[in-house]
Design a protein around this ligand. Structure first.
Ligand SMILES: *Cc1c(COP(=O)(O)O)cnc(C)c1O
Length: 714
């Protein structure tokens, strides 16, 4: 890929391929190569290689084409890239050489890298990590999702602490996406019609290692102005827009695959947004001559559904009348009656069409995202299987994991190369490998961690400096943004979406007690907060405001900071550079939580409620559990949890952190850091997760021979 307006010399021509394959984003040598082209442009251009190449001037390229060191680096990266793409010995190829059929993975968001802003939070980043690990393992996965051309939300916080939403339009010329063309060179444009509504969509592709993501865009000529906006923003718009989005994601997604000639053996939908994909597959099977019940059985071999939230508001429910507007007559194509059709989306007492219930009914294999969430989901969806006891409800679990190459700090990664061997990433899910963490000398591990903390504080200062210079914000906002942070103090991180069940304000339950902790002259503590709230969520915004007011409060001395615009870039610095990762959601509402896993693999221990993944991850030696042994549901949870949180900090955590030996390394703390890496990395890594999905959820749908699909279309 080398657009005409680029000035790349022939000797460096492959930089174009590299820029359009997000493989570069999880390979540090490739990132360093782009950075070497122009450090300043790299940084100011949001680490986007397409932009970097487009904007670099011919003179600079001529220089680089004669720079022996740069050329050596270039050749090494290109040969690693080619070796990755042509590797015939990946895990999947080796373990299942006869299984070649693709797996289609539908998700409303994909968080692969900052330069492709089509994610909002944990769900999207999980999808990105899933794709990267699938690529690393050689799994024939294909992503299906949306391009959101006009709406990544950036966050700024005003002087009164209120979140302002700044919508950023995608710059097509520098996005790492390419339009999908037909064989005759025309743009691929497809039609989705339902009842009297009809819409066109175009398709873009993103390359992520060995994997492709197909992203749909509805800003297409021939659509009404309202329909052009359907894919405009992630989770934007009213109920009708939202329903149209989900129709496009599910039904449009299946049609895109068909148009590309892709016959997936498995359709995995990540959260209920894409559940119409199953309905569309059913329609195809019935159109192919099967009865509804035979078609449902065939669909279920293929259909995998992952649910991600036990919070009721997290499930889409549409009024039946709205569903009828669009699906009028659709049931005839399925060979069922209107009421049978509506029954597919009904759930419990609540009126309406529930997308999660639809997905639960149509999928053949279903899962929650942690052991605890599996249990919670079985209870929650029990009424769909009224003759089964709770523990027999067919919803399993696959615990989430994080893509280590994306989230482990590079200096830490270099240390692991030395002590675990250069193959550690390939063997990441082998616990024996991680025992060698004990071989890393205290001073080396501590030096790397302190470097990460300083990098975090530097990033925070850089961000507020820019706000001060560019936006002329009030000095109090510069202080609230972290200007007074101490690069040596015990640094607690709390960063995630500001949703009320996450209880960001819990640690403020007793300000006097907190003040004592923070301002101890010999053992100071500071807390860094970050996170956006949904643009329509005023409760979440009020929580941000509470934190912001305290960050501005002179009596807390700048020991609390709120860092604006949390995204993948800021998240990397946070999970690598804090000393302690705090998480205190109201149980059992945290389905899994992945930021704590990202922190743990960097040697940042968790201080967390026993909910989500921490129920499985906590070993008593690798971090701390808030309110261990508490009742799940209790009227006094907030008070109990706050008490436990303060006590742990006062009696265990702060003393351990500041107990330094003669060489200035806190030995006891380093033990917890080691335990954290050792116990979390092999189990909560994305390779383990994708292997589990493959064995438990995908392979039962993948035939030995591809003939099963024959004759089962349209
Ligand atoms: C990992 C991550 C999340 C998810 O964090 P949780 O702890 O699962 O809530 C959200 N946002 C960003 C930017 C992340 O990197």
């Amino acid at each position: 890929m080398n657009p005409a307006d680029w000035h790349l010399p022939d000797r460096l021509a492959r930089l174009g391929d590299l820029a359009y394959n997000l493989w570069w984003s999880w390979h540090p040598e490739a990132r360093a190569l782009f950075k070497g082209v122009d450090r300043t442009r790299w940084k100011t251009g949001n680490h986007n290689p397409v932009r970097l190449i487009k904007e670099t001037l011919p003179e600079r390229w001529q220089q680089l084409a004669k720079d022996a060191a740069f050329l050596r680096h270039y050749d090494a990266v290109i040969s690693a890239f080619d070796a990755y793409l042509s590797d015939q010995h990946t895990w999947y190829r080796t373990a299942y050489p006869e299984k070649r059929e693709p797996i289609a993975y539908f998700s409303a968001e994909f968080g692969v890298h900052n330069s492709l802003p089509i994610y909002s939070g944990g769900l999207g980043i999980l999808a990105g990590d899933h794709c990267k690990a699938a690529s690393d393992l050689g799994l024939p996965l294909i992503g299906v999702g949306f391009m959101y051309p006009q709406g990544y939300v950036h966050q700024k916080v005003g002087i009164e602490g209120w979140q302002q939403n700044i919508y950023d339009h995608i710059d097509w010329k520098v996005a790492p996406v390419e339009p999908v063309l037909r064989p005759n060179g025309e743009r691929m444009v497809l039609n989705v019609s339902l009842g009297s509504w009809s819409l066109y969509l175009s398709v873009f592709q993103v390359i992520c290692g060995r994997i492709k993501l197909y992203l749909m865009d509805t800003n297409v000529e021939g659509n009404t102005p309202a329909d052009r906006e359907v894919s405009g923003r992630l989770y934007g718009g009213d109920q009708t827009t939202r329903l149209r989005q989900e129709i496009v994601l599910g039904m449009g997604g299946v049609r895109v695959l068909r148009e590309l000639g892709i016959e997936p053996a498995v359709m995995h939908i990540n959260e209920g947004h894409a559940a119409f994909a199953f309905l569309e597959r059913l329609r195809e099977l019935v159109a192919g001559g099967q009865s509804f019940s035979a078609a449902l059985e065939a669909l279920q071999t293929q259909a995998v559904f992952t649910t991600h939230t036990p919070v009721p508001a997290g499930h889409d429910v549409f009024p039946e009348s709205l569903i009828l507007d669009y699906f009028r007559d659709y049931w005839k194509q399925l060979g069922i009656a209107e009421d049978e059709f509506l029954e597919l989306g009904r759930f419990g007492e609540r009126e309406g069409w529930n997308m999660t219930a639809l997905a639960m009914r149509l999928a053949g294999r279903r899962n929650g995202v942690s052991q605890r969430h599996g249990e919670v989901s079985r209870a929650m969806w029990n009424s769909l299987w009224p003759d089964r006891r709770e523990e027999q409800v067919p919803v399993a679990h696959v615990t989430n994991g994080v893509h280590l190459a994306t989230w482990v700090n590079q200096s830490m990664s270099n240390l692991l190369n030395r002590y675990l061997g250069p193959q550690w990433l390939a063997k990441q899910d082998d616990p024996r490998l991680w025992a060698k963490i004990d071989d890393i000398p205290d001073n080396e591990l501590w030096a790397v961690h302190q470097y990460c903390r300083r990098e975090l504080i530097n990033l925070v200062r850089q961000k507020v400096r820019r706000r001060w210079m560019e936006d002329r914000v009030d000095p109090s906002q510069v202080l609230a943004g972290g200007a007074l942070l101490d690069p040596e103090a015990l640094t607690i991180g709390f960063a995630r979406r500001f949703a009320s069940y996450k209880r960001a304000g819990l640690i403020f339950s007793d300000i006097e007690r907190l003040r004592k902790l923070l301002l101890d002259p010999w053992r100071p503590v500071q807390i860094l907060f970050a996170g956006k709230s949904h643009p329509a969520d005023d409760v979440g915004k009020a929580l941000i405001q509470q934190v912001y007011h305290l960050a501005k409060d002179p009596s807390l001395g700048g020991h609390i900071a709120f860092i604006e615009d949390y995204d993948m870039h800021v998240a990397r610095y946070f999970v690598q550079g804090c000393d302690l990762w705090l998480n205190n959601p109201l149980p059992p509402l945290e389905a899994c939580g992945t930021s704590g896993q990202k922190a743990a693999v960097n040697g940042v221990p968790n201080l967390s409620i026993l909910d989500g993944w921490w129920v499985e991850g906590y070993s008593h030696h690798n971090g701390w559990a808030i309110s261990e042994g508490a009742q799940l549901a209790s009227d006094h949870r907030d008070a109990e949890d706050a008490e436990s949180l303060y006590t742990l900090l006062e009696e265990k955590i702060v003393p351990l952190f500041y107990e330094h030996d003669l060489h200035d390394a806190p030995q006891g703390w380093l033990e917890v850091m080691r335990e954290s890496i050792k116990t979390v990395a092999p189990v909560f890594c994305a390779n383990r997760m994708v292997k589990d999905y493959t064995r438990e959820m995908y392979l039962p749908g993948v035939a030995k021979e591809p003939e099963r699909m024959a004759g089962a279309r349209r």
